[in-house]
Design a binder for this molecule. Structure first.
Ligand SMILES: [Zn+2]
Length: 185
């Protein structure tokens, strides 16, 4: 993936916060701002490992439970939390999930290596909400894109990280392409 030498240029596939462009964006931004879903469910974006899933309906954001939760142990030596979303709980709407800070507070809050998949299988924007911001992930004719819709603009280093994730999605149908084994908790 190419990044322009101009440090003000954004990485390919990553766009700056520009507020809501759709009504779904608007309800996600509201949930990010208030840390609350439409039914009153609180979003915990702090020092926890518990991600929360949600469906983005016309009448707001509502929680969905994960089909299963566990840890992915991957061939490249990495480990990460994994929650499996049943798309029956989402279609024909958009879905999303939270990225809390993790137990030690070291999770970046940016979209992760497998987070292009939901957008790919639903063919709709998929959302990630974290302390760092809110992000809409979309599959377009030209490849995956991450639109930041809330939060302080990404730094060049963060843009680079997201740009590398997007490049992997583009080669692996929205995933990382790294083979992982799911270990249930
Ligand atoms: Zn994720």
């Amino acid at each position: 993936m190419q990044i322009s030498g101009n440090t003000l240029a954004r990485a390919a596939g990553v766009t700056a916060p520009r507020g809501a462009t759709t009504s779904a964006d608007a309800v996600v931004i509201e949930a990010w701002r208030t840390r609350t879903l439409t039914d009153g469910t609180k979003l915990d974006l702090g020092r926890t490992e518990k991600e929360q899933g949600f469906v983005v309906r016309d009448d707001g954001l509502f929680p969905i439970s994960f089909k299963r939760s566990g840890t992915q142990v991957c061939d490249d030596g990495s480990r990460r939390l994994a929650n499996v979303i049943d798309i029956k709980n989402i279609l024909p709407h958009s879905g999303g999930h939270t990225h809390p800070l993790g137990r030690t507070g070291d999770v970046s809050g940016l979209p992760g290596p497998e987070d292009g998949r939901l957008a790919a299988v639903t063919d709709r924007p998929a959302y990630v909400i974290s302390k760092r911001g809110a992000f809409a992930i979309e599959q377009t004719g030209g490849g995956f894109e991450v639109r930041q819709i809330a939060g302080k603009p990404l730094t060049p280093a963060e843009q680079g990280e997201v740009g590398r994730t997007v490049a992997q999605w583009n080669s692996n149908s929205g995933g990382s392409g790294v083979r992982c084994t799911f270990v249930a908790h």
